[in-house]
Write a protein of this length. Structure first.
Lengths: 113, 107
């Protein structure tokens, strides 16, 4: 069974440019999460989807961040415009219905210069 | 929301058991304890979770105290590949990872 797939693995952009990250969750997993992990810190939730619905986006900086999960499968996280402080690893995870564990992708390491 | 307290770092000799503690004194009755680990430059990896009873799988054992205010993750025979940051999370849907415990397995 394939795990959570994220792309790209690495991204370097100049500040004020847009950037997008893509996530393909494990087949059949209804719940999808996007996290941000700063250097030396634990992952922090940005947004959680149940199928197509964003059920928790309280930590998503909505002035520059947006996310979508069309058809309740793949998801895209976008930053526009990027700032230097957005440099971090962006992680996607998915889980099945109920109190089940979540599985993480390898993450996208973003560097804003 | 329940949060956890873990020691920032621990060392363990290769081949010995690694016992990683976690305090979660504000845990609610229906909240599970989850353990994840993160090896450098990789995404977090699920290890084990439990509610009340002790749990064991191929990776580790989880011991939860009777009052559920603390737990211990046990890696029975630590190897160098177990060097990682270990996160205790309660409850998972609150998504609070904290800074975890950096475990170093020493040859």
């Amino acid at each position: 069974e394939a795990g959570v797939v994220q792309s790209p693995r690495y991204k370097i952009i100049e500040k004020k440019q847009p950037v997008a990250f893509w996530c393909n969750p494990i087949s059949g997993h209804n719940t999808l999460y996007w996290y941000r992990q700063n250097l030396g810190q634990g992952p922090e939730l940005l947004i959680r989807y149940e199928n197509e619905e964003a059920v928790d986006d309280s930590q998503l900086p909505k002035d520059r961040f947006s996310a979508e999960r069309l058809k309740g499968v793949d998801s895209t996280l976008k930053i526009q415009p990027a700032e230097l402080g957005d440099s971090a690893v962006y992680l996607c995870a998915s889980s099945g219905t109920g109190r089940t564990e979540a599985f993480f992708g390898q993450g996208t390491r973003l560097t804003v210069v | 929301d329940a949060k956890t307290t873990q020691p920032p770092s621990m060392d363990c000799a290769e081949g010995r058991a690694a016992n990683l503690p976690c305090n979660h004194s504000t845990i609610s009755g229906n909240e599970y304890v989850y353990w994840y680990r993160q090896i450098h430059s990789q995404g977090p990896q699920y290890i084990i979770h439990g509610l009340k009873n002790n749990e064991t799988n191929e990776m580790a054992s989880l011991i939860i105290t009777e009052d559920r205010k603390s737990s211990t993750l046990i890696l029975p025979h630590a190897t160098l590949r177990d060097t990682a940051v270990y996160y205790c999370i309660v409850p998972f849907n609150q998504f609070y990872f904290g800074t975890g415990t950096s475990l170093t397995v020493i040859p």
